[in-house]
Design a protein around this ligand. Structure first.
Ligand code: HEC
Ligand code: HEC
Ligand code: HEC
Ligand code: HEC
Length: 110
């Protein structure tokens, strides 16, 4: 019978693998725009990406979709404009509606 410790080692190895594959995928909107890995990971590969890096190419968007009167997700009463992009916009995995931890605005995050 396989020891628990071996099972854990295999699971850990699988996790590392999946992450490596996922990180090679960038979002379609960035692929089509011709971004490379170092467009965002500007120092050593692959250090964390600060939100200032996103803001070298993007202005914080104007409030756009109304979502039935929901507030501006890019400028909220709690966080103002300081909430890290990657709380919602993920580069290498599904994006997520961070506000949905507590509210039902149902933001669709690209
Ligand atoms: C548009 C910006 C952007 C581009 C382009 C990009 N990344 Fe990332 N990368 C991020 C962000 C932001 C994170 C943090 C986690 C997340 O949002 O998915 C990250 C995380 C990672 C991580 C995990 C690092 C850690 O500390 O956990 C790896 C590895 C990585 N990226 C590799 C790559 C590779 C390889 C490419 C090119 C194929 C690439 N990235 C292109 C923004 C980018
Ligand atoms: C090197 C420039 C560059 C960097 C850095 C960059 N982007 Fe982009 N991004 C673009 C371009 C170009 C597009 C496609 C044109 C557009 O929609 O603005 C795009 C598209 C997007 C879109 C889709 C817009 C839509 O209309 O659906 C989102 C969301 C986005 N970027 C978020 C981010 C986030 C978050 C980061 C930081 C992790 C980031 N970008 C870093 C250049 C960049
Ligand atoms: C609380 C979640 C959240 C955070 C944090 C967030 N965004 Fe967004 N973002 C969204 C949603 C939802 C949309 C879809 C636009 C809409 O529906 O109005 C969006 C759309 C965008 C777009 C496309 C704009 C367009 O006109 O369609 C860009 C570019 C973008 N965000 C960049 C950023 C950057 C850069 C940051 C960090 C500085 C950031 N966002 C932080 C939720 C978020
Ligand atoms: C950890 C839980 C939590 C998260 C995450 C969260 N909120 Fe809230 N929010 C609350 C609570 C609790 C209240 C009610 C108490 C209050 O007004 O401070 C509230 C109230 C609000 C209000 C009404 C406050 C006012 O001044 O009128 C708005 C607007 C709002 N949130 C927007 C957002 C947006 C946008 C996001 C995502 C960027 C978000 N919230 C994320 C917990 C949260």
């Amino acid at each position: 019978m396989m020891k628990l410790i071996d099972k854990l080692a295999i699971m850990a190895a699988m996790l590392v693998c999946t992450n490596a594959i996922a990180a090679n995928e960038i979002r379609l909107h960035h692929k089509e725009a011709g971004l490379k890995c170092n467009s965002c990971h500007i120092n050593k590969p692959f250090d964390s990406v600060e939100m200032e890096q996103c803001l070298t190419c993007h202005k914080l968007p104007e409030k756009k979709t109304d979502y039935h009167g929901a507030p501006d997700k890019h400028d909220s009463p709690h966080y103002g404009i300081t909430l890290e992009c990657e709380n919602c916009h993920r580069e290498h995995s599904e994006s997520e509606d961070y506000c949905a931890n507590c509210h039902d605005f149902n933001f669709k995050v690209p």
